[in-house]
Write a protein that binds this ligand. Structure first.
Ligand code: NA7
Length: 487
C-alpha cells in the first residue's frame, strides 16, 4: 500500500530487530534507527559464546526466508556460525549504518502520536513506530544458592562466558540441565580433568543427527535452493512439525506417545548402567519441559572423569560445592547454566503508552500481548517474539517473520493517513487471554513439570494452539479488534 513513509525506532539488533529493519527497507522505508546496547548484532548469538553452543532448530529452518544460507556447515549450526550469518545478512542488506551500537534505550513514551525514546546516554529520538525486538532469553538467572559469594574461584553464568579462564584438565562444575547445560557438558567432557553435572531435574533427550554438510552437499544447496526448501518444509519437516504440535496441544495424543517412546528408547539404548539410568530418568512426560536435542550428551556423561550429581546442593563453599548428603565437589570453575528471567521482555526499559499508562503497571500480573504481538494502550508498538508466542522447538525466525507481516499490515492504516495510531482493544486482549489460558492448561507443558514456560500460577505462557492456527491468525489482523486513533 502506498502512503506516507513512517519513521521507526527498533530496539535490539538481534534476529528480530534485523528482520524488521530489512522488511522496512524492502518496502522503501529507510527512516529508521536500531538502538542496540551491545557492540555487535546477533542478540542471543552474540551474548552466548559457551563451548558447544548450537541451535536446536535445523539450520536451514533457523534462517530468514529471504536469505537462505547454502553454506551451513551442519544440520544443527554451531553458535558462532549463526552469529556470522546475522552479521553478514545485516551487512548485505545495508542495515549496519542504521544501528546505534552501545546505546541502551532507557524509556519510550507515546505522546502526541509519536514514540519519544530516550537512551541511557541522554539521546532523545522520536518516531511513529516502536519495534520491541529485545529478546526473551536475555536476562541471566543466577541460581540463588547459599554461599555463592564465598566461592574463591572463578564462576560465571553460561551467557557471560569468560574465555580467559582455562578449561583443559580443570575440575569444572556445571549447574543446570537445560539445553545449555547439556551442550556445555557434551563439549567439556573431553577437555575437563573432572566434570560434575549438577542436575536438579532430569531431562528427556531427543536423539538427533550430528550431520555435517559436505562441500558437495553445500554446493548442491547453492545450486538448487529447492533442496533447502525440502529441509525447511519438505515431508520430513512437515511430519516432525505435525507430530510435535499435536503432542503439545494434547498431552494424551498418540503423537506424544510416539515422542515418549523415542526418548525412552534413546535413554535405554544409550545408558546401560542402571543407577545412572535411574538418575537420568525424568518423572514427567516428554515435551513437558522444552525438549532437548542432543546427539552426544549420554555419551559425554558416561566418559571417565564425568559425574552426574543429582543430589541436593547444600551450599557453595570457598573451594567447591557441598551436597546435603555430605559429598563435597572441589572445583576450579563453576558454571551456572541456570537459565534466564523470561518474564522481562522489554524491561527494564520503561515504556509509557496512552495517558501515561506504564507497561510495568499493565503487566503487573504478568506480560500479556494480543496474539503475542500488540498491547492495548500502546499504539504502533509491536513485540517480536513477545509473551505467549509459539515456543518449543519451532523456528523463532518463522515466528518473527509472521508477526512482522501482521504488524506491517496494521501500519498500513497509519501510512495511508487514516490513523495516527493502532492498538488492540482491551476486550480483544482479554478474550484472547481467556481462550489462551484455557487451552494452555491442556497442553503438555502443563502436564506436571516445572519449566520456564510456566507463570507463577503454573499456567504456560505460550501459544497453546497449532502452528497452522498461528499462521492463520497472523495472515491478516482483524481490524474490529483494534482502536484506530485519528488525529
Ligand atoms: P533452562 O532451560 O531454563 O534450564 C535451566 C537449568 O538450570 C534447569 O536445569 C534448572 O533446573 C537449573 N536450575 C535453575 N536454578 C537452579 C538452582 N537454584 N539449583 C539447581 N539447578 C537450577 O535454561 P537453558 O539456558 O538451559 O536453556 C534456555 C533456552 O535456551 C532453551 O529452552 C532453549 O530455548 C535455548 P530445573 O529444571 O528448574 O529443576
Amino acid at each position: 500500500m502506498a502512503g506516507r513513509e513512517l519513521r521507526s525506532i527498533i530496539i535490539g539488533a538481534g534476529m528480530a530487530g534485523l528482520l524488521a529493519a530489512i522488511r522496512l527497507k524492502a518496502r522503501g522505508e529507510t527512516d529508521f534507527t536500531i538502538y542496540e546496547k551491545g557492540d555487535k548484532v546477533g542478540g542471543t548469538w552474540r551474548e552466548n559464546t559457551y563451548p558447544g553452543l548450537a541451535c536446536d532448530t535445523p539450520a536451514h529452518s533457523y534462517t530468514y526466508s529471504f536469505a537462505y544460507n547454502p553454506d551451513w556447515s551442519a544440520y544443527y549450526a554451531p553458535g558462532p556460525e549463526i552469529r556470522e550469518y546475522f552479521e553478514r545478512v545485516a551487512r548485505e542488506h545495508g542495515i549496519l549504518e542504521h544501528i546505534r551500537f552501545n546505546t541502551e534505550v532507557e524509556s519510550a513514551e507515546w505522546k502526541d502520536g509519536q514514540w519519544h525514546v530516550r537512551t541511557r546516554d541522554g539521546t532523545e529520538d522520536h518516531a511513529e513506530v516502536l519495534v520491541a525486538a529485545t529478546g526473551v532469553l536475555h536476562h541471566p538467572l543466577i541460581a540463588d544458592i547459599p554461599g555463592l559469594d564465598t566461592f574463591e574461584r572463578p564462576w560465571f553464568h553460561s551467557a557471560r562466558w569468560d574465555h580467559s579462564i582455562p578449561l583443559d584438565g580443570k575440575r569444572i562444575g556445571v549447574i543446570g540441565s537445560g539445553s545449555t547445560g547439556v551442550q556445555i557438558i557434551a563439549a567439556l567432557s573431553t577437555r575437563a580433568g573432572r566434570l560434575v553435572h549438577f542436575q536438579r531435574t532430569a531431562q528427556w533427550i531427543m536423539p538427533c543427527p550430528a550431520t555435517k554438510y559436505s562441500a558437495e552437499e553445500r554446493r548442491a544447496f547453492r545450486e538448487n535452493p529447492a533442496l533447502i526448501d525440502e529441509v525447511r518444509s519438505g515431508p520430513d519437516a512437515a511430519a516432525r512439525r505435525a507430530r510435535f504440535q499435536s503432542a503439545i496441544i494434547d498431552a494424551n495424543s498418540p503423537q506424544l506417545l510416539e515422542i515418549q517412546d523415542i526418548v525412552e528408547r534413546n535413554l535405554d539404548e544409550s545408558v546401560k548402567d542402571p543407577a545412572l539410568k535411574a538418575k537420568l530418568t525424568p518423572n514427567y512426560r516428554a515435551a513437558c519441559k522444552r525438549m532437548i536435542f542432543s546427539p552426544d550428551y549420554y555419551a559425554a556423561i558416561q566418559r571417565p572423569g564425568v559425574y552426574l550429581e543429582n543430589g541436593e546442593i547444600d551450599r557453595i563453599m570457598p573451594k567447591g560445592v557441598q551436597m546435603k548428603d555430605g559429598t563435597f565437589h572441589e572445583l576450579d570453575l563453576l558454571v551456572m547454566a541456570t537459565g534466564f528471567r523470561v518474564d522481562q521482555f522489554v524491561r527494564p526499559m520503561k515504556v509509557f503508552g496512552e495517558d501515561g499508562l506504564a507497561l510495568d503497571d499493565f503487566w503487573a500480573k504478568g506480560p500479556r500481548a494480543y496474539y503475542a504481538v500488540t498491547v492495548p494502550g500502546f499504539p504502533n508498538m509491536v513485540l517480536l517474539n513477545g509473551p505467549t508466542g509459539p515456543v518449543g522447538n519451532f523456528s523463532l525466525i518463522d515466528v518473527a517473520e509472521l508477526q512482522w507481516n501482521y504488524f506491517d499490515q496494521l501500519l498500513d492504516r497509519v501510512r495511508s493517513g487514516s490513523a495516527t495510531g493502532v492498538s488492540p482493544t482491551l476486550a480483544a486482549l482479554e478474550r484472547y487471554e481467556s481462550e489462551r489460558n484455557e487451552a494452555a492448561r491442556k497442553t503438555v507443558f502443563a502436564s506436571g513439570c516445572k519449566s520456564w514456560y510456566l507463570d507463577a500460577n503454573g499456567i504456560p505462557q505460550v501459544w497453546p494452539w497449532s502452528w497452522a492456527h498461528f499462521t492463520q491468525v497472523m495472515e491478516h489482523p482483524c481490524l474490529e479488534d483494534y482502536h484506530i486513533n485519528t488525529a
